[in-house]
Design a protein around this ligand. Structure first.
Ligand SMILES: Cc1cc2nc3c(=O)[nH]c(=O)nc-3n(C[C@H](O)[C@H](O)[C@H](O)COP(=O)(O)OP(=O)(O)OC[C@H]3O[C@@H](n4cnc5c(N)ncnc54)[C@H](O)[C@@H]3O)c2cc1C
Length: 261
């Protein structure tokens, strides 16, 4: 039977651009360029490698995000994923990690899965908790922060590198894993891959398709909310110490006054 791999990929605002809050204090995702979160490229890469090793496997990439999030799916498809699922519904706007994980869990159950792979963290929210919450919602084991991952038979194994030790972990499928940026360089889409991606199926789902009520997601269904946000003050010119014989002393006094030394 085919090994069904679902990869969670997030469309994130480009970190090199200006990022702002919208009037309702959610992240402004309308007026900024976005892209497939770089950390999720590692998840796509590991899924493709596992699929290449398996006799028969199918890789589905899944995102919860606005219309433009299709770009993230196209990139993953051009890397080699087989098909994509896009959950887009205006009621999702403002969903925190609890609400987002609910939508992802329901979509994963609908698609069907043996293995879910995610990145270690998104490059915008950077909570790094979604895979664990997802596993809990799905009621399956989680093996997170792997820098090496393999699937053999009905088992996923992997290595988690810590500061003082490396752990070898395993879980029976179905399971959720997350992979780190040490798991292996993600491949670049080839020209052939980019052309092939245009013909691959992208399924569009809304909340109704997942039996989720509008009040379970969005700002209403979230456990957290941003109360206030202030723009970071513009950089000031800083303090310049001119060395006219006393420069070292003045520098030390400045560092001491700022409690750096
Ligand atoms: C349109 C939109 C509006 C949002 N509004 C808010 C808001 O107002 N307040 C708020 O707190 N949050 C909001 N979110 C949700 C938030 O951006 C995160 O998706 C969610 O909180 C998870 O947190 P994280 O990204 O830090 O997850 P992490 O735990 O850092 O992510 C780990 C991994 O989970 C997967 N993942 C995370 N998010 C997604 C996703 N959306 N689709 C597919 N895979 C994913 C990726 O593989 C990622 O590498 C919004 C999201 C979207 C798409």
């Amino acid at each position: 039977m085919s090994l069904r791999i679902v990869v969670c990929v997030k469309y994130v605002p480009d970190a090199t651009g200006d990022r702002k809050f919208a009037d309702d204090l959610t992240v402004d995702r309308e007026d900024v360029d976005g892209l497939l979160s770089e950390l999720d490229e590692y998840a796509v890469e590991q899924a493709l490698q596992i699929a290449e090793e398996a006799d028969d496997a199918e890789v589905t990439v899944l995102t919860v995000g606005p219309e433009d999030a299709r770009d993230a799916l196209r990139k993953a498809l051009s890397m080699g994923a087989d098909k994509a699922v896009h959950v887009d519904d205006e009621d999702i706007h403002g969903s925190d990690v609890m609400a987002t994980s609910l939508v992802l869990a329901k979509a994963i159950e609908k698609v069907g899965y043996d293995l879910v792979i995610s990145g270690m963290a998104s490059t915008d929210g950077t909570m790094g908790v979604l895979p664990a919450i997802l596993a809990e919602r799905l009621g399956v084991p989680q093996v997170t922060l792997l820098s090496e991952v393999k699937v053999e038979g009905g088992t996923v194994t992997g290595r988690r590198d810590g500061d003082t030790a490396s752990e070898q972990l395993e879980a029976s499928l179905p399971a959720v894993v997350s992979v780190t940026d040490q798991s292996g360089e993600a491949r670049y889409p080839s020209f052939k891959g980019i052309m092939a991606a245009k013909k691959k199926p992208v399924e569009e789902l809304e909340l109704d398709d997942l039996d989720i009520d509008a009040d379970e997601v969005g700002l209403a269904g979230s456990w957290t909310a941003v109360d206030s946000a202030d723009e970071r003050p513009a950089r000031t010119a800083g303090t310049i110490v001119k060395d006219e014989g006393e420069g070292g002393k003045q520098l030390a006094e400045y560092l001491a006054s700022q409690k750096f030394i």
